[in-house]
Design a protein around this ligand. Structure first.
Ligand code: FAD
Length: 863
């Protein structure tokens, strides 16, 4: 034994665990079952973690207790009955004590002991762990089960140490409780802990003054007995209920809605909101609309209904106004569940001080001075939150390979693979680490999943005879990119929340948790294991082994579209008749969101190469005249038209402030090659000649096109050059067909599964063009003379059979001296960038496209 404190800390164990909350306890239990020796340390005096420390009045969970409980042992479930829908802190703590007793866990836990450092010893392939009490333990695996919300944030108030009265922190509440009877009390902070404790403190105190920096959204918890329907579902089939929680979005079984806030009627909106308000559950209110966390307009409907409720509860209009959150979208900070929080402000002895209007200047010996007033208090309660997720991890001096510390590695924000492990730190795991669903979920479900994964990984190492495991840089960077991609399409990053690290001065602004959902995340973790631990490197005496790679490369919203399409089990387009394929395209276009408003939309006809062609003109809302873009739709020369590409044209018009003229060219197989290309050129000529009549600026004409439309746009540029005009100032080619050669790698790699398949492309070519003509530059512009063409932006999608020929065109243009930029749309497929208001991750790409259009025109005509 090597205990610096006379305790029973062994010299060496298989695993050291930091923390004895929900995570540490379950981990100990699982490790023991595997026959491994383990030691846990906790700074707390007993088990419980969060529920040991946070003993403030009103402390409760905000996930129904039927769900906020372990599910790993049905017998444990059977012998525990929760008394309330949302159990109080003492009840949850009793539960965790019961768990510790039931599985005899305390004998492997060292309490009142902080882990100070953990150092990887490369030569021994062991961690050396040191505690604040002088214990030194060597272990093979080191696991931080240290909690996401276990490191309180200091209040950062000038003069805080001067106050002579009593000071309390909600996160370090005295075990004997506090009696506020007859006291003048200040509460600083109106996050979840403030909102839970304020009504109870108000019930005792003679005076309560609440200092609020940011008002928070809160809905009534409607606490009472556990919900009958949840109990009944558990009774009916406990295993099935738990399994559905594991595969739910947030870790609580819930039906997802397909009702969009923006398209629902006023009655539907109201009814859905009222039902969620009455349910008093987090995931009910966060699930009112399917676009609640994606679309600001949808979000504001719910936000305003909550503000309406606040105004109806709080009698004093000024106080009500100060309590109404307006600086962040609803849900971007974890909403609170309360019991009579807003009602408390109607009590005569309760007062709200709005720190945005009247900041605190200093804490004094007697109380608090704001810029306008001096307050005297007997007690100050700080409910000022936590240095969330990363704080407790980097608080330990964790030093990995080469002596690099995790704190240094994470100086600009955390980097971890699956929130479980980090490059450079072998045999190191985190439970609910950054980049995992953690605080976005019912954490007990997430904790169980992480513990199971880690234990199985450790078991794998043992059975396979390896010594170490560590993620690869490729896998880690790829995962962090995916985590960021998922957050980027939501409203979450717009708030100054603790999810973003914004509550801690100097902390990097990074969206810390994984927002893709408990279900999606579990699928990822399972897939990683099934793919031979994709992205993990194992080493041992028999050598090293690694299946390197990135687990999620497709943009999350593109993946959702693919999943929806797969669920529809549609026949491949190329198996349909041309008529059926066109009808399908028309139906799809009719279901698409319309795209943004523009100043004016005018339909007309223009002379094509052999008869009239329909066009649609999109005019910007700003005063004209405008530069003009001749646009050609996608659809493999066979399908599509001005309707199919309408949202994209609106979007390009609104973003670029140019007139877009979308032209219907003749389709194959009715009119085959070179009809489409010649129509495109005829349209360009007519638009150039009629620019002024169309409201455009003569001489300021560019072309644009998507897919086959990109093909005819590129050809039109070559024909215009050869014909000596019209002069074109730019070409924007989105995933263009530039060559009939289908042997490039992208054709093989993306042959199937990404909507535009190699087979469909063959079908298009066969309808459009005889094999003998396909090398002609009017069919394969890559084969033409590329000199003296207008500047170009070529956009390619990563998962597109056509991506290599787009790159080839960009390279060939550059070789020919044409100013060209290539933009690779990461994680996109052939059809996703044009999906305006469906694939939100395409918005950045479309913004770049619009910027390119603007750049084609001289500064004098750009708005
Ligand atoms: C007031 C409050 C209410 C919450 N309500 C909910 C809820 O309703 N639903 C939900 O899903 N989540 C809730 N949470 C989140 C909650 O933290 C988790 O649900 C869960 O309790 C986390 O368990 P854990 O074991 O991972 O971490 P914790 O319970 O935080 O335990 C971690 C332990 O590690 C110890 N520790 C940390 N660093 C060290 C170190 N260096 N040395 C020694 N010991 C260390 C800490 O002392 C702590 O005891 C709430 C959090 C708070 C603060």
């Amino acid at each position: 034994m090597s205990s610096g404190n006379g305790s029973s800390v062994p010299n060496e164990v298989d695993v050291v665990v930091v923390g004895a909350g929900f995570a540490g306890l379950y981990l100990l239990h699982r490790l023991r079952k595997l026959g491994l020796s383990a030691k846990a340390f906790d700074a707390a005096g007993d088990v419980g973690g969060t529920w040991y420390w946070n003993r403030y009045p009103g402390a409760r969970c905000d996930i129904p207790t039927t769900d906020y409980a372990y599910s790993f042992d049905p017998e444990l479930e059977q012998d525990w009955t929760w008394s309330e829908k949302y159990a109080t802190q003492p009840e949850i703590l009793s539960y965790l004590r019961h768990v510790a007793d039931r599985y005899d866990l305390r004998r492997d836990i060292e309490f009142s002991t902080s882990v100070a450092s953990a150092t990887w010893d490369e030569s021994a392939a062991r961690w050396q762990v040191v505690t604040d009490r002088g214990d030194q333990v060597v272990c093979r695996f080191y696991v931080m089960a240290s909690g996401c919300l276990s490191l309180p944030k200091s209040p950062e108030l000038d003069g805080a140490e001067r106050f002579r009265g009593d000071v309390y922190y909600t996160s370090r509440w005295p075990h004997e409780g506090v009696d506020f009877t007859g006291k003048r009390v200040a509460v600083i902070g109106t996050g979840s802990s403030g909102i839970q404790s304020i009504p109870l403190i108000a019930a005792e105190a003679a005076q309560l003054t609440v200092f609020q920096r940011t008002p928070n959204f809160s809905i009534p918890a409607h606490n009472g007995p556990p919900a009958a329907e949840r109990l009944a579902a558990l009774e009916r089939d406990r295993a099935a209920y738990r399994e559905s929680a594991r595969w739910s979005r947030g870790g609580v079984p819930a039906e997802l809605t397909d009702v969009s806030g923006v398209t629902a009627t006023a009655e539907v909106r109201r009814a859905r909101f009222e039902a969620a308000w009455e349910a008093g559950e987090l995931f009910a209110i966060l699930g009112v609309f399917n676009d609640l966390m994606l679309n600001p307009a949808s979000n504001d409907i719910v936000a305003e209904m909550i503000r309406e409720r606040i105004r109806s509860i709080v009698l004093d209009p000024a106080t009500a106004a100060a309590l109404c959150p307006s600086d962040h979208p609803f849900g971007t900070k974890r909403p609170c569940l309360d019991s009579n929080y807003f009602q408390t402000y109607n009590l005569p002895h309760v007062r709200l001080v709005d720190l945005r209007r009247e900041p605190i200047s200093t804490v004094t010996e007697a109380g608090i001075d704001t810029v306008g007033e001096s307050f005297e208090f007997d007690a100050i309660v700080y409910a000022t939150g936590f240095d969330a997720m990363t704080g407790p991890i980097v608080a330990v001096d964790i030093s990995g390979r080469g002596g690099v510390t995790l704190k240094e590695e994470w100086a600009d924000g955390p980097s971890a693979y699956l929130g479980l492990a980090a490059v450079g730190f072998p045999n190191f795991f985190m439970i609910t680490g950054p980049g995992s669903p953690s605080v976005m979920s019912n954490m007990v479900v997430s904790i169980e999943q992480h513990v199971d994964w880690v234990v199985e990984c450790i078991d794998h190492i043992g059975t396979e005879g390896y010594d170490t495991v560590e993620p690869t840089p490729v896998a880690q960077v790829g995962w962090m990119q995916h985590v960021a991609d998922c957050a980027a399409i939501t409203l979450y990053p717009t708030a100054n929340s603790w999810y973003m690290g914004a509550n801690v001065p100097g902390k990097p602004r990074v969206f810390l948790p994984y927002i893709g959902g408990v279900d999606a995340y579990r699928a990822v973790c399972d897939e990683v294991v099934a793919a031979d631990y994709l992205g993990f490197r194992f080493t041992g005496s028999k050598g090293s082994h690694c299946n390197d790679g990135v687990v999620r490369r497709i943009q999350p919203d593109v993946a959702m579209v693919l999943e929806m399409m797969a669920a529809m089990e549609l026949p491949p387009l190329e198996s349909m008749t041309v008529e059926d394929a066109r009808a399908f395209m028309t139906a799809t276009a009719a279901m698409s969101p319309p795209g943004p408003n523009v100043g004016e939309i005018v339909d007309g006809v223009l002379p094509g190469a052999a008869g009239e062609l329909e066009y649609r003109l999109y005019r910007p809302a700003s005063a004209g005249p405008h530069p003009v873009v001749a646009y050609f739709h996608g659809g493999g020369w066979v399908l599509g038209g001005r309707d199919s590409d309408d949202p994209l044209c609106r979007d390009l018009c609104a973003r670029s402030d140019a007139i877009i003229v979308s032209v219907n060219y003749r389709h194959a197989p009715e009119t085959r090659f070179p009809a489409a290309a010649e129509d495109a050129f005829a349209a360009v000529r007519w638009i150039a000649a009629n620019a002024a009549e169309l409201g455009g600026i003569p001489g300021q004409l560019a072309v644009a096109g998507w897919s086959a439309g990109g093909n005819v746009a590129a050809v039109a540029c070559q024909l215009a050059r050869d014909a000596g005009g019209p002069d074109l100032v730019g070409q924007l080619l989105l995933s263009p067909v530039t060559d009939s050669d289908m042997s490039r790698p992208s054709y093989q790699e993306n042959a199937e599964g990404y909507v535009l398949t190699a087979a469909l492309m063959r079908w298009f070519w066969d309808h459009y063009c005889d094999p003998a003509d396909r090398m002609n530059a009017k069919a394969s512009p890559l084969r033409g003379d590329l000199s003296n063409l207008p500047p170009a932006l070529i956009v390619t999608a990563e998962f597109d059979p056509l991506s290599d020929e787009g790159v080839a065109y960009a390279e060939a243009l550059a070789d020919a001296g044409v100013p060209v930029r290539h933009l690779a749309a990461r994680g996109h497929i052939h059809t996703s960038v044009p999906m305006v208001d469906v694939v939100l991750s395409g918005a950045n790409v479309r913004a770049e496209m619009a910027l390119a259009i603007r750049s084609f025109f001289p500064a004098a005509v750009r708005v």
